[in-house]
Design a protein around this ligand. Structure first.
Ligand SMILES: [Zn+2]
Length: 304
């Protein structure tokens, strides 16, 4: 059976439909943030701010300000993650000084057979060749079946962000998880009392049914995000990706683990302001690319 037949039978081709589903997810996420903001601000705390006693108005102002800030940061980091190139491998990149060295490595891989030499499997720093892209892959890069390209330090394809999560947008993905978790928890905390008062018959508030829906949705969302964020915090602390976590053979000690603090700085940046804002400075971006690509770009290789 030739490669063409194998590719035809590859079930991961079906993953391409995830892109179409993902577009609905973008609307869902933005819609949920919008609905939460409506329930917290115009439907409840905005009214107290406009007509309540001074102490309640001051509390409402604080609630509106903090929630609006968290919702805005959630949307900003989300859209940045959706629209940022995750780190596609530059065209023409190869880990060898010349074509002859690359060909001799290709010959060695072919001679090792379909399962490769044992060292090829256990060491993530080995030179690898992507049969889909027909190009060399830098260490820690993986082929994304949905986007059809190799991605630097690929973590996973995320249906929620309609994008592959990799080297250049992983930070924004983590920020989206964190800001959305905080915004969801705050929305639940702010809306529980109005909902309870409404169902107890203490107030006749027509905004309460919306608040009830938001409490249910945001509560479920927060529970899921908490587990997901805890898992990624563990991965970042150990300089590991989701794909690497599931690999059967991994070298010990893990060659990319530089200690918890350095591992976090590698993803989030060195300045604490950088941890809060969904952007990379040009220096941070270049440092991340160098850490994956090295200085071995052939002249004429396309930029990321
Ligand atoms: Zn590839």
């Amino acid at each position: 059976m030739g490669w063409e037949s194998v590719a035809y039978l590859n079930c991961f081709r079906l993953c391409k439909c995830l892109r179409a589903v993902g577009n609905v997810m973008v609307l869902f996420v933005l819609g949920l943030v919008g609905l939460s903001w409506y329930a917290v601000v115009p439907a409840h705390y905005g009214r107290t701010l406009a007509s309540g006693p001074p102490a309640a108005a001051a509390g409402s102002f604080l609630a509106i300000a903090v929630f609006t800030l968290l919702a805005a940061m959630s949307v900003w980091s989300y859209l940045t993650c959706v629209t940022t190139n995750p780190g596609y491998v530059p065209e023409g990149w190869m880990p060898f000084p010349d074509e002859a060295s690359a060909q001799s490595e290709l010959d060695r891989i072919a001679a090792a057979g379909p399962y490769g030499a044992p060292s090829d499997k256990s060491d993530p720093r080995r030179p690898r060749f992507c049969k889909h892209c027909r190009a060399w892959k830098p260490e820690r890069a993986h082929h994304c079946s949905v986007s059809g390209r190799c991605v630097l330090r690929m973590d996973h394809y995320c249906i929620w962000v309609v994008n592959c999560v990799g080297l250049l947008n992983y930070k924004f993905f983590l920020q989206f998880l964190a800001y959305t978790l905080l915004a969801s928890l705050l929305a639940v905390a702010l809306l529980v009392k109005p909902v309870v008062d409404f169902f107890a018959g203490r107030v006749a508030d027509f905004g309460a049914p919306t608040a009830f829906v938001v409490v249910m949705l945001d509560g479920a969302f927060a529970a899921a995000l908490l587990g997901f964020l805890a898992m990624h915090a563990q991965l970042v602390s150990h300089a590991c990706t989701t794909i690497e976590m599931y690999e059967k053979e991994r070298p010990t000690p893990w060659p990319y683990d530089r200690g918890t603090r350095r591992n976090w700085e590698e993803v989030m940046g060195r300045s604490k302001l950088s941890w809060l804002l969904p952007r990379h400075t040009p220096e941070e971006r270049q440092h991340m690319l160098d850490s994956c690509l090295g200085q071995r770009l052939l002249s004429g290789a396309g930029a990321v």
